[in-house]
Design a binder for this molecule. Structure first.
Ligand SMILES: Nc1ncnc2c1ncn2[C@@H]1O[C@H](COP(=O)(O)OP(=O)(O)OP(=O)(O)O)[C@@H](O)[C@H]1O
Ligand SMILES: CC(=O)C(=O)O
Ligand SMILES: [K+]
Ligand SMILES: [Mg+2]
Length: 564
């Protein structure tokens, strides 16, 4: 087992080896008595080619990390680690929608410092020029202030049906029996997407904010009679119902409009990390975008499917399989399905995402009242806590950050609520290993999955302080995260896009580092740098895994779990 040669920094003790037939081959086994610090390792050795057995010391000397002396750790995670220690690190990730209320460099910096992991730009609103300015400001903060905020664009899509009632603010809709039946003239944007709205159809505002009956069609204007009083907000989301059933918009229309494609090109040019696709209907929508991204050499952009229409619920599993992550977009979802169904849909979607190992964002109205008020309602805090209890990867602010008066405060409520719930969950589920069905099919993938499952079980049972994973595309980092371990997962990668993508994964702290094909060296040097920065101390127990495949051994594979 040459790849685990003795370390100059730490004495080690090897407790078990993978393939017993190979026990006598290559490498040194130093049977030191148990002493501290201790390195234990468990190895899986798959089809090792003879050259693996060569002494790594004979490889050309490389010292990339020491030479670079850098460890790309996000300044916020570092500060949190210093303040609260490994176990105090927040696991749930936070997404903020950037709008006019939080778009200046100063405001963005405060959100980044308060824990924003991903900045979302909703292409429904504002100009590309405006979005470009925000993106460049975020990137500048990352470079200048050491943040690691990822960028997401969210396509406009066939925005269901926004309403224009001509006013700037909300209008109270009342059903005065004395008023003429044509009391309301409502301009519906996107009405053309419907096969045909009929006289007598019910028009429901924002999933029940107010209801009307259509009495006359005048182009894009509908003359309506108010049947259920309430508020009519500018640009409110609408749905139409006939005989108690949702009237679905034109099924044949593409999910991505011409404008969406132009926005996607813009996102590629600006180097975004995620594209969230609105109103996804089936897996083909996602496949189409992913294949376009690969023709543009932009396959590193992760594609998220937004679950916000009836059709996406019918094709949920195939959509999750095809995408790189999911957003439970409760805003539009609540317009298309009865509100009382949203909680169970959210739980189902988060469960499927865990099973299929895709990150999931719970979005919309988490702290809606904070758009206007400086404290959340108790019910909002309970809603946030429930999403954290369901172990969603990320929570998202929409209007609360985009147009709200208390963006930073809302973010701090998400932060403190998720942290509290995570701590409670750990105390409550000590040693509880959350079993997930087997995901992988091929042997190498099954091995990676089992290593991650076992690592998490070991880390929890040993009370390890942290899990370190060395990863190219984030595969093992996400498999570790899927098991929702007690200790944080530090994911070292030399791929900038992997680092940004891992920002959305529960419990993963992505770090950029120059990695060599020599795992011993990677471990030694990253630990050395972390120690020098005061982030790792003598006595800390760290469990180490890797999905890096040394070039010299390709196509064979060598994987191990070590406890340092
Ligand atoms: N870039 C922006 N510029 C101006 N206003 C914005 C911007 N982004 C968001 N907003 C405002 O914040 C509100 C909430 O944002 P959110 O992203 O939830 O939009 P939305 O219109 O509900 O669409 P979606 O269904 O895509 O989320 C929007 O209705 C809009 O008023
Ligand atoms: C986020 C979003 O698009 C929604 O909730 O509808
Ligand atoms: K959108
Ligand atoms: Mg939506």
């Amino acid at each position: 087992m040459a790849a685990l040669g003795s370390s100059r920094l730490l004495p080690y003790h090897q407790i078990s080896a993978g393939n017993p037939r190979r026990k006598s081959r290559g490498g040194r086994r130093v049977g030191v008595p148990m002493c501290h610090p201790v390195r234990c390792s468990m190895q899986v050795d798959l089809e090792r080619s003879p050259e693996v057995a060569a002494n790594p010391a004979e490889a050309p000397p490389r010292d990339p990390l020491a030479a670079a002396g850098v460890l790309g750790l996000d300044a916020v995670a570092e500060a949190e680690l210093r303040e609260k220690g490994f176990m105090g690190l927040r696991k749930t990730k936070l997404v903020c929608t950037v709008g006019p209320a939080c778009c200046s460099p100063g405001q963005l910096e405060r959100l980044a410092a308060a824990g924003m992991n991903v900045a979302r730009l909703n292409m429904c609103h504002n100009s590309r020029e405006w979005h470009g300015r925000v993106m460049r400001a975020v990137k500048a903060l990352n470079v200048e202030k050491g943040f690691c905020v990822s960028l997401m664009i969210d396509t406009e899509g066939s925005q269901t049906h926004v309403v224009d009632h001509g006013g700037d603010s909300s209008v109270k809709a009342e059903c005065d029996s004395g008023a003429p039946y044509y009391a309301w003239l409502i301009t519906v944007l996107g009405l053309g997407r419907y096969e045909g709205i009929q006289i007598g159809d019910e028009l429901v505002v924002e999933g029940g904010m107010a209801s009307f009956e259509v009495v006359e069609k005048l182009g894009n204007d509908l003359r309506c009679r108010c049947t259920d009083p309430g508020l009519l907000l500018p640009r409110a989301k609408l749905s139409f119902w006939r005989a108690g059933k949702l009237v679905e918009s034109n099924l044949g229309s593409p999910t991505l409009s011409t404008k969406d494609w132009a926005d996607i090109d813009f996102g590629i040019a600006e180097g975004v990390d995620f594209i969230a696709m609105s109103f996804v209907k089936d897996a083909n929508d996602i496949k189409q975008l992913k294949s376009y991204l690969s023709t543009r050499s932009a396959e590193s952009i992760r594609v998220l499917a937004k679950i916000e229409c009836l059709e996406s619920l019918e094709n949920l599993r195939e959509i999750v399989e095809a995408s790189d992550g999911i957003m439970v977009a409760r805003g539009d979802l609540g317009v298309q399905v009865p509100l009382e169904q949203i909680p169970t849909i959210q739980e189902k979607v988060t469960d499927i995402c865990r099973q299929l190992n895709k990150p999931v964002i719970v979005a919309s109205q988490l702290l809606e009242s904070m758009i206007e008020y400086p404290t959340p309602t108790r019910a909002e805090v309970a809603d946030v806590s429930e999403a954290v209890r369901q172990l969603a990867d990320a929570l998202m602010l929409s209007g609360e950050s985009a147009v709200g008066t208390y963006a930073e405060k809302a973010l701090s409520v998400l932060r403190s609520t998720s942290w509290r719930m995570e701590m409670w969950g750990r105390e409550d589920h000590q040693d509880h290993h959350l079993l997930q069905p087997q995901l992988a099919i091929s042997l190498p993938d099954r091995i990676a999955e089992q290593i991650c499952n076992c690592s998490v079980e070991m880390a929890n049972k040993l009370g390890a302080d942290a899990i370190f994973v060395y990863t190219k595309h984030g595969q093992m980092a996400s498999l570790l995260s899927r098991n929702r371990p007690n200790p944080p997962i530090f994911a070292f990668t030399d791929d900038a896009s992997t680092r940004k993508a891992l920002n959305l994964h529960w419990g993963v702290i992505p770090l950029e580092a120059t990695l060599s094909t020599d795992m011993e060296r990677n471990i030694r040097e990253t630990i050395h740098l972390m120690t020098r920065r005061g982030m790792v101390k003598p006595g800390d127990v760290v469990l180490v895994v890797s999905d890096l495949i040394p070039v010299s051994t390709a196509p064979s594979m060598f994987q191990s779990i070590q406890v340092i």
